[in-house]
Design a protein around this ligand. Structure first.
Ligand code: KG4
Ligand code: ZN
Length: 338
């Protein structure tokens, strides 16, 4: 059973070939990251143009690297949302054309669900219900997963945590994306240097990250020019505050649902301090925590293939599931558990 995964929800264009449920034969990712750097964030028009230019060679490279013939591909899984509409349309149209031409089924995938499934490319998926923590550039949410269904427990009321990293990096002149740069500097900074107050939010499983971003801006304005060490200390303090809020809420969601399993996903799970703190806190509470392998944390088509394959075949690997219709639409606001 060979599945082709296609991901074009934002600034990455990716195609992957999955054999069975767990064997990734190839996972090619082309990023337009460099083209956005001058703007300090993703420019949708640049992102979608890049997807259009890259999709054909990324697809061909994935097939070649996997060593499969095109006629061995039996299923196509493609991200249908959420994301940037221009980018989504490239992948969805490409996938539909292949599906129509080859007469094979196509499955539309929710990008956020797929981020959580990035954990189960190399590991077995738990049968019990779990809390999902999604932390990316566009989303920050807690969900409850039970028997294949998701229920939203809480989400950010303003910025996503990855967005806050990117905006703080822009304020500090660290380039885009901000996460990796802040992560690196924070490791050699003093996290007790700057104190940030916790945001006050009505619902306890919701998040807010725009206040801390503004607090960083005021701090920089007040203390400029910041010496090199002060930038590292600020990064460490910012990172520590964000990560502690995320860990605290993930643990609160476990208490709320009675779950003893947390599954995390999204670009921010690449963060070294988040990985460490989640493992520590979960360990203390005897909670099993899944954090994706680094190579599957940011946007990739391997996780899309994995999610689409299970959606179509369920527990087994038989091609007897329900395909999406060819008039399936890309949905930039597709939710999870709503
Ligand atoms: O999941 P992703 O690739 O794209 C979306 O679906 O949004 O996540 C990208 C986000 C960016 O905001 C980026 O700054 C953040 O993930 N990120 C990190 C790290 N690596 C990437 N944030 C914190 N620490 C990192 N090491
Ligand atoms: Zn993503």
């Amino acid at each position: 059973m060979i599945t082709l995964g296609i991901e074009t929800s934002c600034d990455e264009t990716s195609c992957a070939i999955l054999k069975g449920k767990n064997e990734i034969l190839s996972n090619i990712v082309s990023s337009s990251l460099e083209k956005h750097q001058a703007y300090g964030g993703v420019v949708p028009e640049i992102a979608s143009r890049h997807c259009l230019e890259a999709i054909d060679w990324v697809y061909r490279s994935a097939v070649k690297k996997a060593g499969v013939r095109e006629n061995e591909i039996e299923l196509i899984a493609v991200t249908r949302g959420p994301g940037l509409i221009g980018s989504l349309l490239v992948g969805v149209s490409f996938a539909k054309a292949l599906s129509f031409g080859w007469k094979i089924p196509i499955v539309g995938v929710n990008h956020l669900e797929a981020h959580l499934d990035a954990n189960f490319i190399e590991e077995r998926k738990p049968k019990k219900s779990f809390v999902g923590l999604i932390v990316s550039g566009g989303h920050t949410a807690l969900v409850h997963h039970e028997r294949g269904c998701y229920r939203l427990l809480g989400e950010t009321v303003d910025d996503a945590v990855g967005e806050a990293y990117d905006k703080v990096a822009k304020i500090l002149g660290l380039g885009y994306p901000g996460g990796p740069a802040i992560d690196r500097l924070a490791a050699i900074g003093d996290s007790s240097a700057v104190k940030f107050t916790k945001p006050k939010i009505d619902r306890k499983l919701n998040f807010s990250f725009s206040g801390i971003k503004t607090a960083v801006l005021y701090y920089v304005e007040k203390n400029k020019p910041l010496p090199e060490q002060a930038v590292k200390d600020l990064c460490a303090s910012f990172q520590s505050a964000c990560v502690e809020w995320l860990v605290e809420k993930a643990m609160a969601a476990c208490v709320h649902t009675g779950c003893k399993i947390i599954v995390t996903g999204g670009g921010v799970t690449a963060n070294s301090y988040l990985r460490k703190r989640l493992a520590e806190d979960a360990g203390k509470r005897k909670i099993k925590v899944y954090i994706p392998p680094l190579k599957y944390t940011t946007d990739n088509a391997a996780m899309i293939a994995r999610n689409g394959m299970e959606k179509f075949c369920g527990e087994g690997t038989k091609l007897d599931g329900e395909a999406s219709a060819l008039d399936m639409a890309a949905d930039p606001n597709l939710g999870i558990g709503v």
